[in-house]
Design a protein around this ligand. Sequence first.
Ligand SMILES: [Zn+2]
Length: 127
Amino acid sequence: MTERWHPRLLTEEELLRFMSRITIVRHGRWLCWEWQGKKDRYGYGRFWMDGQWRSAHRIAYVCLRVFVTLPSGKSRRRMIPAQLPDADHRCCNSSCVRPSHLKAVTNAENQRLRGERARQYRERRYA
Ligand SMILES: [Zn+2]
């Protein structure tokens, strides 16, 4: 059995390694941080951390962002969740790791969005 991994902020060395894998590219109306490192067959970036390949965009969503802005306009140090949440790409670029392009979703929601995008893509192709 492997021990459960708890997300944490990246160390300086990890941050440098993470950022060195990113290129800024235009993707439609979005300016994406596109992952240039290892990717899975769906185009999602993979990042080696604590002895395992992990989802680069989910790492970016949780482990890069230290502060959140509250509705009052103030910012505070954010809590790191115990698990990496599923994160949907609002920019529809699966290689993107820009935190502002990601939105935490439930697994079911993620599946639904993925199906919907695949359908839209097919419709556009055969229209
Ligand atoms: Zn993006």
